[in-house]
Design a binder for this molecule. Structure first.
Ligand code: PRT
Ligand code: ZN
Length: 290
């Protein structure tokens, strides 16, 4: 299918952790079949010129910068903390989280200047330092490699700066979130100087990623409407170009097919019902190329 002189684009993935499942899912949604690689360091794809390296997420920016891997999937938190020379190619929309400062619940925190002179434990010293500098705060950063949330309880620090998702880890450790330092999601990163052939493969991969993301953000909608409401209904449903309208066997009724954005889905359904639409069907879209 591809005649690319046997060049393979090497993608670095997290071996096991919070990014792994969604990364593998994305690859599969792009129609790329990975040869069985469970437990191995490296595997290839059977139907796409791609090879996969399984690594710790912290090592991914470095390997991509050095050219050991051509592209990688990593959290923006790790990308910015590692500060390696790589390109941020595309945001992937999963593994969303934030890096926040938290203090013991009983502390009467009034604002960022309360952090002056305090000790803050974190595994993200670089991102935290930038936040402190931007806010003109002088605090002491304690870099630790894990279990940051216990630092205040054992007297190691007055505050922490750590990844928060649901907030339950902070809660169970008697901490409260007081400042958001950084928002993160998984991103596709790339080596800054890929060969022409590798860039072409990356292009194909990106095209598939975007088709999958667009499909995820849209729904296919089918409904029946009385002919006299058609004009109103078409205004509510702009669709990709214009909706498909076909007559129904029942006199005076038509069937309307279109695509709607996931974000204004519920508002549009209300409006469509009010306009006289009936038998509304909403169907997920597998791929969408616009
Ligand atoms: O072994 P390896 O080094 O590869 O993995 P890791 O243990 O360093 O990373 P991993 O798998 O935990 O996370 C990978 C990436 O997922 C992170 O770099 C973030 O970009 C993203 N991510 C999304 C998260 C979370 N959500 C998350 N909740 N990373 C970590 N957490 C931890 C956080 O450190 C804290 O301990 O979960 C806890 C907080 O969660 P809540 O839900 O209780 O608030
Ligand atoms: Zn890690």
């Amino acid at each position: 299918m591809f005649d690319m002189e046997n060049v393979l684009l090497r993608l670095a993935l997290q071996k096991s952790g919070r990014l792994s499942e969604d990364s593998l899912n994305l690859i599969s949604r792009c129609g790329i079949k990975m040869n069985n690689g469970l437990g191995t360091l490296k595997t290839s794809a059977s139907n796409f010129p791609m090879e996969f390296l399984f690594l710790r997420d912290d090592d991914i920016p470095g390997y991509v910068a050095d050219g050991v891997a051509d592209i990688g999937i990593v959290g923006e938190n790790v990308l910015f903390e590692k500060n390696k020379l790589v390109m941020e190619v595309h945001k992937l929309g999963f593994s969303k989280c934030r890096l926040s400062i938290a203090v013991p619940r009983e502390v009467n925190y009034k604002g960022v200047s309360d952090l002056n002179g305090k000790r803050i434990a974190t595994t993200y010293p670089r991102i935290l330092q930038r936040f402190l500098d931007e806010n003109g705060i002088e605090a002491k950063i304690h870099e630790i490699s894990g279990s940051v949330e216990i630092a205040p309880n054992i007297g190691l620090a007055d505050a922490i700066c750590d990844i928060v998702s649901t907030g339950s880890t902070l809660f169970t450790n008697g901490l409260k979130e007081v400042e958001t330092v950084f928002r993160s999601e998984a991103v596709l990163i790339g080596h800054p100087h890929l060969s022409e052939t590798k860039q072409q493969i990356l292009h194909k991969f990106l095209f598939r990623i975007k088709a999958h993301q667009t499909a995820q953000n849209n729904k296919y909608i089918l409904l029946n409407a009385p002919k006299e409401s058609l004009e109103t209904i078409i205004k509510i449903l702009p669709g990709m170009k214009s909706p498909t309208v076909t007559p129904l066997a029942q006199e005076g009724w038509v069937s309307v097919h279109s695509v709607i954005d996931e974000n204004d889905f519920w508002d549009k359904i209300e409006l469509l019902k009010d306009a006289g639409a009936q038998g509304i069907l909403v169907i997920p879209i597998e791929k969408m190329i616009i």
